[in-house]
Design a protein around this ligand. Structure first.
Ligand code: S3P
Length: 441
């Protein structure tokens, strides 16, 4: 029995932010361990269209020539193409709302279905407008409001933004918009979302922006910051797929070790819930990089007679595991009893309607699952074996496609599941299918 070691590409959320802050910094930044996923390519491409020079030094290391502030970004008449990436669109809309001219951001068919009007709500207190297409979606336009509105707004002492819905993308959009405003800004959440933007900017400014669990404060004077050399810590969302693999696969390996992984508490949701289900996971903290904790995670395979315990996660636990909830649903199918996952209505407006997508797929594989408006109820069975079925629909959603690849591990020997559009995995974790084959061999 031995250990399977996985080296993960840098965290996608953190790496998006590293490119954005490197573009804003003065001087030349180096970003290492960058994943080859398409979402990050979208962020690089949009920044390039705005005049930022970004070049590859190797397949996972990039050099960014920072422009030293938003005022040095170029005027772009071209539409800025965010591809499939909601993070690219929402974060950069916040940043570009501070441009002197208006720009248009657009995306693929999936991104065009996602809600963007909520951006208008968080940028409005800055006096900035967001024009959306019909139904409040992309293409959207931002920028060009500053010159008309600054005088009008300068009497106001400070800005207070309530992000609502626990969205890190909205919180980060507000934080990036604050960089081009001369007033102190307070951002208040109703539930704590991932905090990478405030950690990274705080580290670059050598000050903490985090005032309490739910409140951020950005000072009136915004110091410029210098370029940095950054190793992006391994992606916790990608790490989470390995928790499911360790638990569900029949393998010669007794454990899976993930090295140099991000250990940000706001992203550890699936790890903590898996521990509640009885999975043995050991975490070792090693260092800190630009405000982010980094270390290793060791996941033990289940003992022969052990079964997973069902769970009832709280609203905050659900938010902490947001992108990993499809995986949690998969695990819950094999728990010994009833798992109820609620407060997850946001899953309906991700890259696909993830509640429907997983509900449909797991039911057709033979799981006892009911899809609710805001979650699932799953009656787990430790002895469940997935049955052959018609082609499963990933809805072109990378996280659904990877969950379905893992579901294959619980099928009757010799059954090969048909899953459509597996190529979409390239959005976040292109190496996963090969790594999974290496593990299962
Ligand atoms: C992200 C925030 C989350 C998450 C997304 C990445 C980020 O989205 O689901 O995959 O990098 O800020 P919301 O802010 O829409 O919840």
């Amino acid at each position: 029995m031995s250990e399977f070691i996985v080296r993960l590409h840098g965290d996608k959320s953190i790496t998006h932010r590293a490119f954005i802050f490197a573009a804003l910094a003065s001087g030349e930044s180096i970003i290492r361990n960058v994943g080859s996923g398409e979402d990050l390519a979208s962020t690089r491409q949009v920044l390039r269209q705005m005049g930022v020079s970004i070049e590859a030094l190797s397949n996972d290391t990039w050099r960014v020539q920072g422009l030293g502030g938003i005022h040095n970004f170029h005027r772009s008449q071209e539409t800025l193409d965010c591809g499939n990436s909601g993070t690219t669109m929402r974060l950069l809309a916040g940043l570009f709302s501070g441009l002197k001219h208006r720009v248009t951001l657009d995306g693929d068919a999936s991104l065009r279905r996602r809600p963007m009007r909520r951006l208008a709500r968080v940028l409005e207190p800055f006096g900035r407008t967001v024009d959306c297409a019909e139904h409040g979606s992309a293409p959207i336009q931002v920028g060009g409001d500053l010159s008309q509105k600054t005088d009008e707004l300068s009497n106001h002492q400070n800005i207070r933004i309530l992000t609502a819905s626990g969205s890190a993308q909205l919180k980060s959009a507000a934080l990036l918009a604050a960089l081009s405003d001369h007033r102190p800004v307070q951002i208040i959440e109703d539930a704590q979302s991932r905090d990478h933007s405030e950690r990274m900017l705080g580290a670059l400014w050598s000050t903490s922006l985090i005032k309490s669990e739910l409140t951020l404060e950005i000072p009136a004077s915004k110091p410029s910051f210098t370029a940095f050399d950054f190793f992006s810590p391994g992606d916790l969302s990608s790490a989470s797929f390995w928790v499911a693999v360790a638990v569900l696969a029949d393998s010669k390996y007794s454990s899976i070790k993930l090295e140099e992984v991000n250990l940000n508490p706001s992203r550890m949701g699936l790890i903590k819930l898996a521990q509640q289900m009885g999975v043995q996971i050991n975490i070792q903290h090693k260092a800190e990089v630009l405000g982010e904790p980094i270390g290793s995670i060791l996941i033990e395979a289940l003992d022969l007679n052990q079964s997973l315990k069902p769970i009832q996660p709280s609203a905050q636990e659900v938010l902490d595991a947001l992108d990993e909830l499809p995986l949690l649903a998969l695990l819950a199918c094999f728990a010994d009893g009833r798992t109820e996952i609620r407060h997850a209505q946001e899953l309906r407006v991700k890259e696909s309607d993830r509640l429907e997508a997983m509900g449909q797929a797991l039911a057709s594989l033979g799981a006892q699952i009911e899809t609710l408006t805001d979650g699932w109820v799953i009656n787990g069975n430790p002895n469940l074996v997935f049955q052959a079925t018609d082609e499963l629909n990933s809805y072109g959603d990378h996280r659904i496609a990877m969950c379905l690849l893992i579901a294959q591990l619980k099928c009757i020997k010799g059954t090969k599941l048909k899953i459509n559009d597996l190529e979409c995995i390239a959005v976040s974790y292109p190496e996963f299918p090969q790594q999974l084959v290496a593990y299962s061999r």
